[in-house]
Write a protein that binds this ligand. Sequence first.
Ligand code: UTP
Length: 281
Amino acid sequence: MKKIRKAVLPVAGLGTRFLPATKTVPKEMFPIVDKPSIQYIVEEAVQSGIEQIIFVNARGKEAIEDYFLKDHPQGKLLAEVQALAKLASIVTVRQKKPLGLGHAILCAKDLVGNEPFAVLLGDDLVDASTPCIRQLMRIFEEEKSSVIALMNVEKNQTPLYGIADASQRKTNPRVYDIKTLVEKPPQEKAPSTLAIIGRYVLTPEIFPILEDLSVGQGGEIQLTDALVKLAMVQKVLGYQYEGLRFDAGDKFGFLEANIYYALKRPEFRDRLIQALKRLEL
Ligand code: UTP
């Protein structure tokens, strides 16, 4: 089994939860304090040792790859972005129609080739001392199997997520052996409260499964359906990552993320606390 060198970042979604802003601007370009949210994701991948970033993008969202690849006359201001683009090569593949997350990942098949790879979804920002995808890569290195990031949610939140039916390892309580996964179950049918979030390490065996998959929930090719099939033929693990996660693809999650990341910045922290107190009155 090879080491994880490549990360697929699917960014071709329609962003309907964030309309009307996403009508002309990709949500991945919305700033969290002063950086587009996609930069946090690319930074996480690069800090985890990823050598190639594969964007799966759609027509009309070219601003995302342009941000990393195009020059700017005031180069100095952009040193941070240029450094990132130097640390990892950035390539893009087009998803012609938004046929779902599973289909988006399948679009990266030729660029990934026959090796295990990471997947990071732009909506999920995770602040952690060890980058979230690095935590999963460590488990992959030990176990040589696909790993899915899991987060414990309230029972009434299960209809919003893919939920794992899994058994916890005694030797490492953060690790779960996945039996199966259920996409957005009603709370009474949820096998657990362990929700899938947007970080995965996948073996290349996922590709033929995705190729054979028919359309699932919501008329889309679902990654969860492919993972269910993968778990029938290979070990698939869940990992309850350490860190704080924000759903920046959702209006409220985006607001929360902005406040959190601003509070972490010494130049904004005190002023922001004062401003929030004042607004509350
Ligand atoms: P979401 O289900 O959150 O879809 O996709 P979305 O379109 O981005 O957002 P909403 O729900 O309409 O508001 C999860 C991830 O998969 C990507 C998205 O860009 C996002 O990173 N995706 C989804 C694709 O790349 N292609 C697709 O066809 C669907």
